[in-house]
Every structure is written in structure tokens, then in C-alpha cells.
Design a protein around this ligand. Structure first.
Ligand SMILES: CCCCCCCCCCCCCC(=O)CSCCNC(=O)CCNC(=O)[C@H](O)C(C)(C)COP(=O)(O)OP(=O)(O)OC[C@H]1O[C@@H](n2cnc3c(N)ncnc32)[C@H](O)[C@@H]1OP(=O)(O)O
Ligand SMILES: CCOC(=O)c1cnc2ccc(OC)cc2c1SCCC#N
Length: 389
């Protein structure tokens, strides 16, 4: 496959895979700030750039609606992600965020938002180097404007604005294969509401299985089984940060979270992110942690249901409670909160619990990418400690 745009970019190129003479690290050096293009890239004349102020409810609603109607669908067009407004406000405004990295395109005539791309700052460790990066997400072009080479312009513009903040690397994921994945992960799904998943056509009744037998197969206890399992609170931030930093050090690529990051990304936020920890009764020590984020999807073309309530495994740490038991407690609280499905990637140590907790493999893959940073050998998913939203 030829990639007319991606072959011009400082990313690992397919032709370079396996060439171990190429050093690990930045592909291109930083440009002096005076040499970074000062003005935005050109758009087709009917369109104009706009910066989306995510503090404005009106603008947040415009971004929400664009994504609700035009963002990612699965291959069978059963679902389309339906990130909530609260979720977008949270995902796009972490500590140190740049409003200028929330980039929209409007049609000049109607002023309608027709495209969007975003970046947020992140410190990401790649082996022994902590690198300041932009995490790029929510790239979306309206369905009516597809295949007009708008995406490369959006990508070049966000790259330019990231460069203006003296940041030269990025991390992103995609369901499509581009030059060149640092690893490729598998989605796994654990039914919590098997009847609904069968009714919408995602799952099928197993051979020699009745509906009631299937419901029983996925049944979960009413409450978590681990003593000391409780919701995370603000006072837990220092302990959770210590626990997480220590645990994440085993992975080749992982976020370098400090307490400010943990407070933003991991404190429970209604309908956005849930997090729990295990506190030892006697020592009061925080020994384990689990978290998942809320990402509903529109169910396309179904008369009975309009929304799938999905939980996505986020960051989990097990030091005393077996990961299997910890994640089963996560399933139990997710079911209690009326989620229909609990999704997880085969990253970190997730493979150790997926099959036993009755996750089934999805048919979608998620490719991880770094921009302007070469790694010598692709990673196994179990070496990856980064979950992007
Ligand atoms: C130092 C800082 C650096 C910051 C920047 C870092 C890089 C960030 C990169 C972005 C990370 C985003 C991460 C993220 O948001 C998470 S992945 C989700 C992406 N969004 C969707 O799938 C929503 C539905 N689809 C669309 O809106 C459109 O199809 C999009 C906009 C996807 C493409 O619009 P289109 O109308 O269908 O296509 P053209 O405009 O005609 O352009 C065709 C060119 O675009 C390349 N393409 C297609 N899909 C891509 C994708 N998902 N990433 C990167 N490139 C993608 C394609 O390979 C081709 O280039 P090539 O000819 O070279 O092959
Ligand atoms: C029931 C299991 O599938 C999903 O939860 C789901 C929901 N919505 C989507 C929207 C777009 C989409 O595009 C790839 C996939 C889904 C998926 S499967 C992959 C995500 C996970 N886990």
C-alpha cells in the first residue's frame, strides 16, 4: 500500500522495519521555534479553521454532535462511539492542556463544524527516556467530506501547533494500519448484559445454549468479594500515585503520571471514570487499584435499543490481591452500575485474566503509534502500559 501522506512524515516507514542500524529515539531533531510555520495550513476555500473552546458548553456540544454522528464505527456498522460531553471536557482538559490544540474546521457559509482533531500534553516514558508528547485523538471529518485529503491537512495543522509549544513527539492509536505500529492490540469483551448483546446482533446464542443458560453463565455476585475494596477518594492520590508509578515501571511504554496527573485521570468522575482501590484493614496500606472509563456507543439501526453502555478497562495495579480477583470485582461493580459490556485490551497483564473471566476476543485490532520517535523492535502488547481514550 502506498501512503502518499504518511511517507512524507517522520514516522517509522515500512521499508525501514528490521533495519537495526537505525537508532532508537527521535527521527528528526526539533526545529528552531523561529522556523516553525507561523500561519495555519491552507484549507479548501469553502472552509476555515476554528479553535474549539472546550470550556464553552455551546462549542463542547458542537464537538459532541460532530463525533456522535461522524466518529468511529465498527466494521459491521453495529455501533458508533458516542463520547459524552462530560467525557470530552475531561479528556481534552488535563493539567497543562493547550486550547490551541483543540482544532475544528467550519464551513464558511453555514459556520457548521465539519471536522475536528485534538491533542493533549502527556509525559510518556519509552524504555528509560521520559518524553514530552502530544496525545492525538478524536480526528473526525464529517461523512459528507470524506476522501478529500482533509485528514492530512488536519494532522499537519495539529503538528504545527504542537511544535509551537516546543513538543516534537506524539502518541496515537488507530484501527487502521499506518506506517508503522509500535504494537498491535486485540480488544476483548466481557458480556454483562448478554441478552442485549444478542438482541443487537453483537453476540449469538451459543450452540446448545438457551437464553436463560447464557444469562446464568455471565451472572456475577451482587458485591465485590475483596475485603477493603472501596472507591478512590482525593486523599488517596499520593498512595495511588506511588503504587501506579512503581507498577508501570515494568512496561516499555507507559505514562509518567505524577500526583496532578493521577488526580485528573484517575479520581472517580460520574459517568466518565470509575476507580477503586484495596486498603489493607490493619496496615491501612493501599495495595491494589483498578479503574475503567465510560464510553457509550450508539447502536445503529436497532428498533429496541439506541445506546450500548460500555466500560473500558483503564489502569489496574495488583500487588496483594490476585489480578483475577481484582478484575472480577471490577466486573461486579460495572454490572451493578448497569453497564452492558466490559471491554479490555490485551495490554499490560490483561491476558492473565481475560479468558478466565469470560472475556471473548473482538474482531477489531487497535494499532499504537509514535510520531517522530523510532523504536528498534515492535513491542508485544504485554510490554505496553499505555491506554488512550
Ligand atoms: C509532534 C506532534 C505530531 C502530532 C500529529 C501526530 C499524528 C496524528 C495522526 C492522527 C491520529 C488520529 C488518532 C485518532 O483520532 C484515533 S483513530 C480514529 C480516527 N477517526 C475516525 O476513524 C472517525 C471516522 N473517520 C473519519 O472521520 C475519517 O475517515 C478520517 C478523518 C479518519 C480520515 O479522513 P478521510 O476523509 O477518510 O481520508 P482523507 O482525508 O482523504 O485522507 C487520507 C489519508 O489519511 C490517512 N488516515 C486515514 N485514517 C487515519 C487515521 N485514523 N489516523 C491517521 N491517518 C489516517 C490515510 O492513511 C491517508 O493517508 P495516506 O495516503 O498517507 O495513506
Ligand atoms: C460489545 C463489544 O463491542 C463494543 O463494545 C464496541 C462498541 N462500540 C464501538 C464503536 C466503534 C468501534 O469501532 C472500532 C468499535 C466498537 C466496539 S468494539 C471495539 C471497541 C472495544 N472494545
Amino acid at each position: 500500500k502506498i501512503h502518499k501522506f504518511w511517507e512524507t512524515q517522520p514516522v517509522g516507514q515500512f521499508k525501514d522495519v528490521g533495519d537495526s542500524s537505525l537508532a532508537e529515539g527521535p527521527i528528526e531533531p526539533p526545529t528552531p521555534l523561529s522556523e516553525v510555520k507561523q500561519e495555519p495550513y491552507n484549507l479548501p476555500s469553502a472552509y476555515e479553521w476554528t479553535t474549539c473552546d472546550m470550556d464553552s458548553e455551546e462549542t463542547c456540544l458542537e464537538v459532541y454532535n460532530l463525533l456522535k454522528n461522524n466518529y468511529v464505527e465498527d466494521d459491521e456498522n453495529l455501533f458508533r462511539f458516542n463520547y459524552s460531553r462530560e467525557f470530552l471536557g475531561w479528556a481534552l482538559r488535563p493539567p497543562g492542556y493547550f486550547a490551541s490544540w483543540h482544532i475544528g474546521v467550519r464551513a464558511k457559509a453555514s459556520k457548521k463544524l465539519v471536522a475536528f482533531i485534538s491533542g493533549v500534553p502527556a509525559r510518556i516514558r519509552v524504555r528509560e527516556h521520559v518524553v514530552k508528547m502530544a496525545e492525538i485523538n478524536f480526528l473526525c471529518v464529517h461523512k459528507k467530506l470524506r476522501s478529500k485529503r482533509l485528514a492530512p491537512v488536519m494532522i499537519k495543522e495539529v503538528t504545527r501547533r504542537v511544535h509551537l509549544e516546543n513538543i516534537w513527539q506524539a502518541a496515537y492509536t488507530a484501527g487502521v494500519v499506518l506506517p508503522t505500529p509500535i504494537t498491535t492490540c486485540q480488544y476483548w469483551h466481557r458480556s454483562l448484559n448478554p441478552k442485549k448483546l444478542i438482541d443487537v446482533g453483537f453476540s449469538r446464542l451459543g450452540a446448545r445454549m438457551t437464553m436463560s443458560r447464557t444469562i446464568k453463565l455471565y451472572k456475577l455476585p451482587d458485591s465485590p468479594v475483596t475485603p477493603g475494596f472501596r472507591k478512590m477518594e482525593l486523599r488517596d492520590v499520593p498512595a495511588v500515585t506511588r503504587l501506579l508509578r512503581n507498577y508501570m515501571s515494568q512496561f516499555s511504554v507507559a505514562p509518567d503520571f505524577d500526583e496532578t496527573d493521577v488526580e485528573h485521570w484517575l479520581l472517580p468522575k460520574e459517568s466518565v471514570v470509575d476507580s477503586f482501590l484495596v486498603e489493607s484493614q490493619y496496615t491501612r496500606e493501599v495495595t491494589d487499584f483498578c479503574s475503567f472509563y465510560t464510553l457509550p456507543s450508539s447502536i445503529l439501526g436497532n428498533q429496541t435499543y439506541s445506546t450500548l453502555k460500555a466500560a473500558y478497562s483503564y489502569y489496574n495495579v495488583s500487588t496483594k490481591t490476585p489480578l483475577l480477583q481484582l478484575m472480577n470485582d471490577a466486573l461486579i461493580v460495572a454490572k451493578k452500575k448497569d453497564f452492558d459490556v466490559f471491554n479490555a485490551l490485551d495490554v499490560m497483564e490483561n491476558e492473565s485474566f481475560l479468558k478466565e473471566l469470560k472475556f471473548g476476543p473482538g474482531d477489531g485490532q487497535l494499532h499504537y503509534y509514535l510520531y517522530n520517535y523510532r523504536i528498534r523492535h515492535a513491542l508485544k502488547p504485554s510490554e505496553l502500559g499505555l491506554v488512550l481514550l
